[in-house]
Design a binder for this molecule. Sequence first.
Ligand SMILES: [Zn+2]
Length: 591
Amino acid sequence: MRSPLLAACAASLLFGSVAQAQTIYPIDRAEMLVGARFDFKVEFAGPVDPAKVSVTLNGKDHSEVFRRPVVIVDGEDNRNQASLLLHDVTLNEPGTYKVRASDGTSTREITWTVYATGPRKAKNVILFIGDGMSPAHRVAARLLSKQIAEGKALGKLAIDDMPQMALVATAGMDSIITDSANSASAYATGHKSSVNAMGVYADRTADPFDDPRVENIASLVKRRLGMAVGIVTNTEIEDATPAAMIAHTRRRAEYDRIVEHFFAAQPDVILGGGLANFLPKGAPGAKRRDDKDYVAKFKDAGYAYATTGKQLASVVATRPNKLLGLFNLGNMDGALDRRFLKGGTVWKYPDQPDLTEQVSAALDVLSRNPAGFFLMVESGMIDKYTHLLDMERAVYDTIMLDNAVRLARDWAKARGDDTLILVVADHNHPISLIGTIDDDMAKAPDKPLRERVRVYADAGFPNYPAPDRQGYPARVDVSRRLAIFSASSPDYYETFRPKLDNPNDPTVAGDEKGAFKANDAYKNAPGAMFRLGNLSKLINASVHSGEDVILTAMGPGSERVRGSMDNTDVFRVMVEALGLGASDITGQINR
Ligand SMILES: [Zn+2]
């Protein structure tokens, strides 16, 4: 019988030798679109003798396959290590590629799949992302905006009313839990990435801009088909999801540089918040660390510019070819604040457009390109409000996403369905709808507020007022509300009530450096209860979770959306619909 100790030693030896072998980017089992650009990198564990190094693809030397001379960098990152890096290479023949990298002592072999596509089916692609949108958000949005009677919804959400549906796995290459950077990057590039990274494989060096890049869909559709590109969000435009469509960096917080990537890529439509990093240092509200004025630069490059909803409408009426709209220094305010409560920064920015107005403006501009367009639309505050345990605001922004999807769907129908529409979350939040919160204390007089949380048959149905024409009930502070709680939290005070003044702010800086504690501002709210968190004190909010997310789709090419998929497959659905690897296109590439 093998002793457990020996087995453990054998396992560690095995992993030890793997750790010594080369790391190759793109990674093992990467699936790549034929002709898409990528950086090829081999990281050797230590210094190498170039004469002994061999890097081959299907047995052919890499310099022959990529038609580039061998460049080995020694002392990478001032460490005793060597690497090989080739920028912007392509593989122009579909098939299986066995990639072998040897330093003369150890060898690593991985496999890539390079795929072609059929002919183009869709003229346009619209990718809607509900950031952090969980099944609970969807159900709550349905209950509030469609209502329910005797257990049957009185209507369908546009996001659910689509012929195709799939579950999408969201893990990144470094973790089972993803953030918005690497999850959006998987949609945009078809490659896995790491937390905080977009458009790159996060390598071992410190520089957040030297990591091996992979081409994104915005670049592909422009380069290959001359299509227009639009990026629309209600978060900062530099934030992870919108940025991942355009930028390449290992560190999503590099907002100044991400603006530069937007400028270099020149998407035809850019609408969102995040003005602060477009403004030169010293300008009111500016966050840039240099003197560059990116609003002026975009204007000089021919972009019409708007900062309010009114301006957006009047600028679009002039039929611009390029459009930049930045409606807030930071994130835009969500639907609940803009329409009803006037909290957040609405006092400062009273005329921020709704996501539906942004989408309508984007469709106006982009649809004038005869070659079609790719448009990404994010309802991004769903995620941010959910981190803050502010479920009402998150649900209202889910309703807003649904309105934007309905608008796009009606627009596509009127054109004869030439547009692939996808609606997906980028990752889940661990929130659940567990019942209602009922203020009728006659059922439990003098009991703590938690006794108002009704479950099973006691939960019954909420009593929000009938929604307005946009699907929003005019009040959230009704006497029987949805009870939605997160399975992850810091220490905080649970008030069991919607926050009517401003978005919830559950934590403040704690006494130890870097730690957080419950925000005392809610301590004396009537009936508030201290809730001991289940997360590290270094975490100030609820966190993402690793469950699959829902993808719904309609239009040409949507038939590939079904069953269980990986987040990298979403990219493949889009490039298949656009025929980005069709033989007529790849034929041109090969020449
Ligand atoms: Zn998040």
